[in-house]
Design a protein around this ligand. Structure first.
Ligand code: SAH
Ligand code: SF4
Length: 432
């Protein structure tokens, strides 16, 4: 979501006639787009700002002005603290206000001594005020839903990104058509809980994600559809049917469970038990046996004992996730769990994360190895690190390398997989 937002912000600046530069020393304007989900992400901002401040001062000595802005969720959470924690910052915009960037820059240029902050949740949708989204190559993102009403007890998203809103069907379809006309072959629909999508159609009727996927699957020239991230309790039968019916929908689903223990899931205020999660997984397997599951895990949530942690390890053995993101629980200011009395020590969190990751990485490596000898379709989207090498993704989001000339770039090719590690595959093109 942040990568997508950053591209949109870059688009606003390009429309003002600005150009991207390769080095921060050459930049008249520097914008940090920030994440507040875990403490580490927020801390990184302030150390980056320290470095940017040095550049700003050096440029000042050369009589060059540098405007520094911070946008995104840290601004929403820290508000004016951002200015207090770094003297380098000229403006700060929350994640729902960045479409107002043009006006902010005009105001700043009129009065270079002002500090501007906007952390409103504006009544208008930012998407109505942004120009066209440009295809970022053959794989493009479209944000279709933002915000969250779930209030998991550990999570800042409902506070930083606001209530859940969905873009209308027609807006999304129009944007998708334009991206495909510009060369996109794969579209990835984005939302904090993308499958809670409930956008209005032209008659004002609310439609679900399955409806939208079916509409998008009709677009001529579009080859692949993905969506991320999904909330387990909101996977409905219509969506499951899409995985049975739509070839264009990739057999990969990021479906975070967080923990395998019902006690912890309850304390997290997740609206699913482990059993309900497994039911969804089984129904999806039935709809499409080729589907691979990815997940997110939090270890060391307050009150998590050895038995709870074991339940998380067990669920990994049951589902055999093909990839996963796993984190130590990070207490976030203003969230209920940060106040829970039974916090877990960092040492235990670290130990549990190590054990969990060893298991997750083993399954990921296994899955990749099982691909050896098989032929898989790969969308070659980038040049590799070495000359004559191209990289792309399999339907299961695996990174794959091939030796091929640039003529194969931006194409879907059949590749026979020859070797596999935890993080990537390599193989030979055997056909287009
Ligand atoms: N809406 C998605 C997840 C969005 S946040 C869902 O509910 O599944 C992305 C991931 O960050 C979460 O899945 C969770 O694993 C992790 N996360 C969020 N808050 C966290 C915290 N306080 N500490 C550690 N990890 C956290
Ligand atoms: Fe955060 Fe996801 Fe829970 Fe919403 S559903 S509060 S985004 S973890």
């Amino acid at each position: 979501m942040n990568v997508y937002d950053s591209h949109r912000i870059a688009g606003i600046l390009e429309n003002r006639g600005m150009k991207e530069v390769a080095r921060i020393d050459d930049a008249d304007l520097v914008i940090f787009n920030t994440c507040h989900i875990r403490e580490k992400a927020a801390e990184k901002l302030f150390s980056d700002l320290g470095r940017a401040d040095l550049v700003k001062q050096a440029r000042f000595l050369e009589r060059k002005d540098t405007i520094i802005g911070v946008v995104g969720c840290v601004v929403q959470a820290e508000d004016e603290q951002v200015f207090r924690r770094s003297g380098a910052v000229d403006f700060a915009l929350g994640p729902l206000a960045y479409h107002r960037l043009g006006k902010v820059l005009d105001d700043l240029l009129k009065n270079r001594d002002s500090l501007i902050i906007d952390t409103e949740f504006p009544p208008e949708s930012k998407f109505d005020y942004l120009g066209a989204n440009k295809a970022e190559g053959v794989c493009s993102y479209i944000a279709i839903q933002e915000g969250c009403d779930n209030f998991c007890t550990y999570c800042v998203v409902p506070y930083t990104r606001g209530v859940e809103t969905s873009r209308p069907i027609d807006d999304v379809v129009k944007e998708a058509r334009k991206l495909v006309a510009d060369g996109a072959l794969e579209l990835n629909l984005l939302g904090q809980n993308v499958n809670s999508y409930h956008g209005e159609d032209n008659n004002g009727k609310e439609r679900n994600l399955a409806y939208l996927l079916r509409e998008l699957s009709e677009i001529d020239g579009l080859k692949r559809l993905r969506y991320t991230t999904s909330y387990p309790a909101d996977v409905d039968d219509d969506l499951i049917a899409c995985h049975r019916d739509l070839d264009i929908l990739m057999p990969y689903l990021h479906l975070p469970i967080q923990s395998g223990s019902d006690k912890i899931l309850k304390a997290m205020n997740r609206r699913h038990t482990k059993g309900q999660y497994m039911e969804v997984v089984e129904k999806l397997y039935k709809a499409n046996p080729r589907i691979g599951f990815a997940s997110d895990f939090i270890v060391g949530f307050p009150g998590e004992d050895d038995k709870d942690f074991q339940a998380t390890l067990d669920v990994v053995d049951e589902v055999k996730f093909i990839t996963a993101f796993s984190f130590k629980y990070s207490p976030r200011p203003g969230t209920p769990a940060a106040e829970y009395p039974n916090q877990i020590s960092d040492k235990v969190k670290r130990e549990r994360l190590k054990i969990l990751q060893e298991k997750l990485f083993a399954y990921q490596t296994d899955f990749n190895r099982q691909t050896i000898g098989k032929t898989v379709p790969v969308l070659l989207e980038n040049k590799g690190r070495h000359a004559g090498q191209l990289t792309g993704r399999t339907p299961w989001m695996q990174n794959l390398y091939v030796c091929a000339d640039g003529g194969y770039l931006n194409k879907i090719v059949d590749v026979k997989v020859e070797s596999a590690t935890m993080n990537s595959l390599s193989g030979k093109i055997i056909g287009k």
